[in-house]
Design a protein around this ligand. Structure first.
Ligand code: NAD
Length: 350
């Protein structure tokens, strides 16, 4: 079980250190090696995804990433920006399936902007296709036609691309409440008519999983009206981009949200949904729980160790129940702790 650890920039090193401590406490036989990605890699080598990191990431079974970026890199040429490193590694490793759980722990129900009864106990998983759709389709561009500029992109999905993300959704649903909602816009877009047809075909291999369909405009509405009706949602790259951000904000606490991006063999890159938080970097106050929960996803999806994944998730639930809070989720009456103390509390709960 080889893990490539990429702490990255800003709060990245602080939060990944806690996730690494949690993994080490499990007494499983991990081999972990660190490398550079993002701004720190540009500083050291001039390349946000240097060759040494590429080598390590390719041979590893899983990658644990903190976050990349920072204001000092915003004026660099585009190919040297930290985000290029992130896109580079996703593409290099063929990570086509993005999994983002949105879980709202009962203790944090007040952090949401929605009424506690609408979101308390929320537990949904958004599965977004990550390497196709209008973001990558050709032709694309801006050109002049008949004397005025026109901009155009191509929404395109092949059957095989839809089938493989569909399978990820049904397999994931089998590990949860066995419900998949596929989101499309088949009433207007042919591309997503094919999406619906192929998802229905894939569903035949999973008779134990209940499949429903929803148009994306309605899905956006239902996510804020009654989000608890969903379990697994699966959709294309563009709709998924928007819906996964919407769903994650239902929880109101960015420091709590893990994510996984998987290839066809369940190799994965695991990272928190938030960025490098330069405003609090180096202060020891960042919330490490999203990264610790990303490590739990790694155990579940890459290493197929459900028991260890659940152990970490239960430890996180326990520290929340005990009242430990970092600044981002603090409210009166709870115990405010820093990054390392939060890590200590999770270790104690484990
Ligand atoms: P951000 O997610 O870094 O921060 C937004 C706000 O949330 C900040 O106030 C920050 O302090 C807070 N926050 C984020 N994570 C937190 C945590 N774990 N604990 C406590 N508070 C936390 O978003 P931003 O400020 O827009 O971006 C900062 C940098 O991160 C930019 O350079 C951006 O490009 C980069 N970024 C990277 C990723 C990634 O690596 N996947 C994702 C988003 C943004």
């Amino acid at each position: 079980m080889k893990i490539c650890v990429l702490p990255g920039d800003g709060i990245g090193p602080e939060i990944t250190a806690e996730a690494v401590r949690v993994l080490q406490a499990l007494d499983l036989k991990f081999e972990m090696e660190e490398a550079l990605l993002g701004g720190c890699a540009v500083d050291a080598t001039g390349n946000p995804y240097p060759e040494a990191t590429q080598k390590l990431a390719r041979v590893a079974d899983a990658v644990l990433l903190g976050a990349v970026g920072g204001p000092q890199y915003d004026t660099l040429p585009r190919e040297q920006r930290p985000e290029r490193g992130l896109l580079g590694i996703r593409k290099d490793l063929g990570l086509f399936a993005n999994l983002r759980p949105a879980i709202l722990y009962a203790e944090l129900a007040n952090a949401s902007t929605l009424k506690p009864e609408v979101v308390s106990g929320l537990d949904i998983l958004i599965i977004r296709e990550l390497t196709g759709d209008i973001y990558f389709g050709q032709p694309r561009g801006i050109e002049t036609r008949e004397g005025e500029r026109v901009g155009f992109n191509t929404m395109i999905y092949s059957e095989s691309e839809i089938r493989r993300i569909g399978r990820v959704a049904f397999e994931s649903a089998r590990k949860r409440s066995k419900k998949v909602c596929s989101v499309d816009k088949m009433n207007v877009l042919e591309c997503t008519q094919l999406w619906r047809d192929v998802i229905i075909e894939v569903a035949k291999d999973y008779p134990d999983v209940e499949l429903s369909h929803m148009l994306v405009d309605n899905a956006a509405m239902q996510l804020v009206r009654n989000p608890k009706q969903f379990d697994v949602m699966v959709t294309g790259n563009m709709f998924g981009d928007i819906l996964s951000d919407e769903a994650s904000m239902l929880t109101g606490s960015i420091g709590m949200l893990p994510s996984a991006s998987l290839d066809e063999k369940n190799k994965g890159l695991y990272e928190p949904c938030h960025g490098s938080a330069p405003d609090i970097a180096g202060k020891g106050v960042a919330n490490p729980l999203a990264t610790i929960l990303s490590a739990a996803m790694m155990l579940r999806y890459t290493f197929a160790n459900e028991a260890a994944a659940t152990r970490i998730e239960n430890a996180v639930k326990k520290v929340l129940a005990q009242g430990f809070r970092t600044g981002d989720i603090y409210e009166a009456g709870t115990k405010k702790v820093g990054t390392k103390e939060m890590g200590d509390a999770v270790l104690a709960a484990l």
